[in-house]
Every structure is written in structure tokens, then in C-alpha cells.
Design a protein around this ligand. Structure first.
Ligand SMILES: Cc1cc2nc3c(=O)[nH]c(=O)nc-3n(C[C@H](O)[C@H](O)[C@H](O)COP(=O)(O)O)c2cc1C
Length: 168
């Protein structure tokens, strides 16, 4: 798949086959994540690619929806807001750095034929307990992934002209 096919094929998938995700796939996703830019190249985000059934079940129980329990992998993004770049006005780049790295993971997963879905509807305190993450570090996002068992929802977007303007 070329880049634009990957971008266009990426959709949120909320139903997964029970097929395991192999090590080589995990390694290629790791390389894509590690290639993500971050402010001042500080890389304040780390990821756990969780295949362990017990940990997955306990993480899924932190989510507001049922579908994460079906996924053979839950990718967890963790960041340390004290190790990210800060601007004079208080802006902290940790969330931005995390979002870019997570999207690299999601696009790499798409290129690997995996479906995935960003999940922010979870209890971050419970998820931190499950993963043994201590303050100031935070579990910032979860992403269940696996081979899709059902198609995505309808593709709905604004008109491009509403969100993108070329100014000469
Ligand atoms: C930051 C973020 C958080 C999200 N959290 C959830 C979530 O908790 N549960 C869920 O089912 N989908 C979640 N989504 C998926 C969005 O609902 C989805 O991306 C959007 O509806 C567009 O659909 P698409 O991804 O299939 O193109 C999240 C997406 C993003 C980017």
C-alpha cells in the first residue's frame, strides 16, 4: 500500500479476529513509532504492546466500551510530562508528541493489515495501576488492535473546503 492508500484505509475497527499478531509485525510498528518526531526530539512517550491475556483483560476492564476485550493486542501510550518540552506560556508538548507517535503506530498497523481504534474513554488512574505506571507518568491513550473481524462504520467527514484552505 502506498502512503495515501494507508491513510485512506485507516479506519477505526472495533471488532477483531482472535489471530495473534506476530513479533515481526510488532517490530515494524515499533520502528514506525520510534521514527515519530517530538518537540526537541525529547521522546517523552513510550509504548507497551500488550499481548499478555491477563493484562489485556485488566486494561479492557478500565475502558468504557466492551470491544477492547476482543483485541489480541492493546497498545498503551505512556508519557512523562516532566520529560517533554515546555514553552514559556506553559504549553507542554507531551500530548502532541504522544498523538503523533500513536498515529505512526496506527498507520503502521494499517499497512500491516491490522485494524485498530484509538481509545481515550478509559479510566487513566486504573489503567496506570494495571500497568504499574507511577506519577508523574500517565497512561495517555490505549489502542486495541488486531486483524479486523467487521468493517468500519460509515466514512463521514466535513467537506475538504471547510477544513483546508490554500492561500497563495
Ligand atoms: C483522540 C481520540 C480518541 C478516541 N477515543 C475513542 C474511544 O474512546 N472509543 C471509540 O470507540 N473510538 C474512539 N476514537 C475513534 C473515533 O471515534 C474515530 O476516529 C472517528 O469517529 C472517525 O472514524 P474513523 O477513525 O473510522 O475514520 C478516538 C479517536 C481519537 C483520535
Amino acid at each position: 500500500m502506498n502512503f495515501y492508500d494507508v491513510v485512506r484505509n485507516r479506519r477505526s475497527i472495533r471488532s477483531f479476529k482472535n489471530t495473534p499478531v506476530p513479533d515481526e509485525t510488532a517490530r515494524r510498528i515499533a520502528a514506525a513509532v520510534n521514527a515519530a518526531p517530538s518537540a526537541c526530539n525529547l521522546q517523552p512517550v513510550s509504548f507497551k504492546f500488550i499481548r499478555n491475556a491477563d493484562l489485556r483483560a485488566r486494561l479492557a476492564a478500565c475502558c468504557k466500551q466492551e470491544f477492547p476485550a476482543e483485541a489480541p493486542v492493546i497498545l498503551a501510550a505512556i508519557y512523562d510530562p516532566e520529560k517533554s518540552w515546555k514553552r514559556e506560556d506553559g504549553f507542554n508538548s507531551a500530548d502532541t508528541d504522544m498523538a503523533i507517535a500513536m498515529e505512526h503506530a496506527v498507520l503502521a498497523a494499517t499497512a500491516e493489515g491490522l485494524g485498530s481504534c484509538w481509545v481515550c474513554a478509559f479510566d487513566p488512574v486504573k489503567a496506570a495501576e494495571v500497568l504499574g505506571v507511577d506519577a508523574p507518568c500517565r497512561v495517555a491513550a490505549l489502542c486495541p488492535m488486531g486483524y479486523p473481524a467487521a468493517p468500519p462504520r460509515e466514512f463521514i467527514r466535513k467537506e475538504e473546503s471547510q477544513i483546508f484552505e490554500v492561500i497563495d
